[in-house]
Design a binder for this molecule. Structure first.
Ligand code: PLP
Ligand code: TYF
Length: 390
């Protein structure tokens, strides 16, 4: 049986981690995988997470199974953090944001097997990979303007006008991965109007709430969408904003009408059961403990804000360094982009030269993880970009 298996394509982002590890040069710089790193290069356990873990050890009395949808307290705390008060949300805890995306797509397949899922071009590589794996139909809408490294909003609008009723449109709620280019509030409003006109079902991937303009600000587009459509899917991740990557903590929210909520919830529970029975609880429990405790919430928010501002400072200093070295404003977009990533607009050959000649690792499409930089490496990167003709 197993001899019938063929090799599977590897994730380019994860491949880069292995290449970086093998590199013996001590000057190497890792701007690959999207993991937050502090100025010393560490991905720290957040203070509030540590405190919650300590408390959990003291108060936890059982590790018996949780419910199929996870612990209700987790779901309601996270739904509130993302959407504010709502009575339209069916939800299940999932293994990370990826688990939520997978379950959302399976839900779409259950409900409307023929629907096309629209993705931004480009998007996070796991989106098309999972859609293809599930045998679903897929289409792309233009998103990134290579000339300006901003959003190609005219192209996006033209493509979204071709969406058929009932099609699912996947939108990055904030901090677009891999480009870092994001819609303005006014552009979100226009996008919503087009999708309403087309009869589309929005599917929001929210993996970086708190990494862009702030915890509330980064939820604004998701909240606008929630208020504008009868049905919305939201796949959210706690990996980044709580720094609990390996605990696999996410949530899938399906907004629906009150009379459909019980059936939708039942289908979400059903999908969890088919795939893994009960969702992981440790990370979800930590998140709940933080969000239910005023002091822990305040400390977590303060640290998340430090993280966000550190990335903004790095953005500004990289943009400044490139402005000086190129004597032009063509890299100013680095400072306007938001989240962990910026696509720099370099060619694959330039990205390869950066790796081979300068030991600087970024994804092949010239996406950099801003948090991989620090005050010392910003000028090194800027000089290397110019040296390879960027
Ligand atoms: N969606 C996007 C756009 C991401 O970049 C990520 C990765 O961090 C995820 C979803 C899911 O992350 P995780 O499964 O680690 O929670
Ligand atoms: O885009 C990134 O770098 C993060 C981390 O299969 C990641 O989202 C990358 C690949 C992957 C899972 C997570």
């Amino acid at each position: 049986m197993l001899e019938a298996l063929n090799p599977q394509p590897q994730d380019k982002i994860l491949q880069l981690i292995a290449l970086y590890r093998e590199d013996k040069r001590t000057t190497k710089i890792d701007l690959g995988v999207g993991v937050y790193k502090d100025p010393t290069g560490l991905t720290p356990v957040m203070r509030a997470v540590k405190a919650a873990e300590k408390k959990l050890w003291e108060v936890e009395t059982t590790k018996t199974y949780t419910g199929l949808a996870g612990e209700p307290a987790y779901n309601s705390a996270l739904v509130k953090m993302i959407l504010g008060e709502t009575d339209r949300a069916a939800s299940v805890a999932t293994p990370g944001g990826t688990g939520a995306i997978r379950q959302a797509l399976e839900l779409v397949k259950l409900a409307t097997p023929g629907a096309t899922v629209w993705l931004s071009a480009p998007t996070w590589p796991n989106h098309p990979s999972i859609i293809k794996f599930l045998g679903m139909k897929m289409a792309e809408y233009r998103y990134f303007d290579a000339a300006t490294c901003g959003v190609d909003f005219e192209g996006m609008k033209a493509d979204l006008a071709k969406v058929a009723p009932g099609d699912v449109v996947l939108l990055h709620g904030c901090c677009h991965n891999p480009t870092g280019a994001n819609l303005t509030q006014a552009q979100w409003a226009e996008t919503v109007a087009i999708l309403q006109k087309q009869g589309a079902v929005p599917f929001v991937d929210l993996a970086y709430q708190g990494f862009g303009d702030g915890l509330e600000e980064d939820a604004a587009a998701t909240r606008l969408i929630a208020a504008s459509f009868p049905e919305v899917l939201i796949a959210a991740s706690c990996s980044k904003n709580f720094g609990i990557y390996r605990e696999r903590t996410g949530i899938l929210i399906a907004l629906t009408s009150p009379d459909r909520k019980a059936v939708v919830q039942g289908n979400l529970n059903f999908l969890n059961r088919q795939n893994f029975s009960f969702p992981p609880d440790h990370g979800a429990r930590l998140v709940t403990m933080i969000l239910e405790d005023e002091a822990l919430t305040a400390d977590w928010k303060a640290e998340l804000e430090e993280v966000r501002l550190n990335m903004l400072t790095l953005r500004q200093s990289l943009a400044d360094a490139l402005r000086k070295l190129t004597n032009s404003d063509r890299y100013d977009f680095v400072a306007t982009h938001r989240g962990m990533f910026s696509r720099l607009g370099l060619t694959e050959a330039q990205v390869l030269r950066l790796r081979e000649e300068h030991a600087i690792y970024m994804v092949g499409d010239s996406r950099i993880n801003i948090a991989g930089l620090n005050a010392q490496t910003v000028p090194i990167l800027a000089q290397a970009i110019v040296a390879v003709g960027g």
